[in-house]
Design a protein around this ligand. Structure first.
Ligand SMILES: Cc1cc2nc3c(=O)[nH]c(=O)nc-3n(C[C@H](O)[C@H](O)[C@H](O)COP(=O)(O)OP(=O)(O)OC[C@H]3O[C@@H](n4cnc5c(N)ncnc54)[C@H](O)[C@@H]3O)c2cc1C
Length: 264
């Protein structure tokens, strides 16, 4: 039987999920109300009344409520600048008013634009019940949309480092070819230690490691080629494997260059 459930507390929401196997937590509903979730989530558990909307920056650490919409995060005066760039990847304001941070994570790696950046920042999640889990582990443990436990807050600390994001689309506002994010602590940081994540690969989101070995002399041109040879792409309607690998090399190289500039 389909139900629309309105818990008054986090505990009630978790209990409702236990009592209704297959029910889905409802954030903004962008993904849930899309035809893609056929056959899943006959019952919905609204998160609207749970006040998951905190926006906090303390000692350089950010704590963001999972119920914040993309636009609410953008409108926050202390929003972390690279996060603003990633939020703007969702180019429609109507969608930004609807989509939530928790929903972007819950919808899974294939769809989300924020995940490469949050992974590059080594974000972790505060779950209902107080457990803390690295975002990377949440995505590994619950790869299918809607399977994961309730996320209350997302936390990250950029420290002294700098992050950059880039997205490539087929056309303005069109299908996303890839999203890349890089975090570096210093301009001389070896690329093996930088956190480099690319969404849109055959693995969903791929962490690029082993770049130093593939680089040789270290010019930007070499970096583009090294990234193109490491990233696992396949051809589809968004472009050939060769094009996607090449453009990924350019995007990651741009991010690395901008990080190094910012950290001078
Ligand atoms: C037409 C279309 C265009 C899109 N464009 C973009 C885009 O440009 N960029 C982008 O990043 N994404 C895009 N998406 C993907 C998706 O809509 C977004 O990822 C969005 O952020 C989902 O947020 P929501 O709050 O609407 O999620 P919902 O649809 O409410 O939920 C998505 C999933 O997350 C789960 N969930 C929701 N909140 C939580 C929580 N607090 N804890 C645990 N699980 C939770 C739900 O149960 C569900 O499985 C698009 C989707 C569609 C249909």
């Amino acid at each position: 039987m389909s139900q629309f459930l309105r818990p008054a507390t986090v505990e009630e929401a978790v209990q409702m999920k236990k009592d209704n196997p297959g029910a889905l937590y409802l954030g903004g509903g962008c993904w849930i109300n899309n035809g893609a979730r056929k056959g899943q989530g006959e019952s919905l558990i609204s998160l609207e009344t749970l006040a998951l909307k905190s926006c906090e920056k303390k000692d350089g650490a950010y704590v963001l409520g999972a119920g914040l919409t993309f636009q609410q995060m953008l409108d926050w005066k202390d929003c972390y600048a690279p996060l603003k760039d990633a939020l703007m990847f969702m180019s429609s304001r109507n969608m930004r008013n609807q989509a939530t941070l928790g929903g972007d994570i819950g919808a899974g790696a294939e769809r989300a634009c924020l995940l490469p950046l949050l992974l590059a920042l080594n974000a972790d999640l505060e779950l209902a019940g107080g457990e803390r889990l690295a975002l990377e582990d949440y995505l590994k443990n619950y790869p299918k949309a809607g399977e994961g436990p309730l996320i209350l807050n997302v936390r990250f600390s950029p420290g002294k480092g700098h992050a950059e994001v880039k997205q490539v689309r087929k056309s303005a506002g069109g299908l996303v070819v890839l999203s890349a994010a890089v975090w570096m602590e210093s301009k001389d940081m070896p690329l093996n230690e930088a956190r480099i994540f690319v969404g849109g690969t055959v693995e969903g989101i791929q962490r690029l490691t082993g770049l130093d070995g593939a680089l040789g002399a270290g010019s930007e041109g070499n970096l583009e080629k090294a990234v193109a040879s490491l990233v696992k792409m396949e051809g589809d309607l968004k472009g050939s494997k060769e094009y996607k690998s090449y453009v990924c090399g350019v995007a990651v190289s741009d991010c690395v260059r901008s990080c190094r500039e910012a950290l001078k």
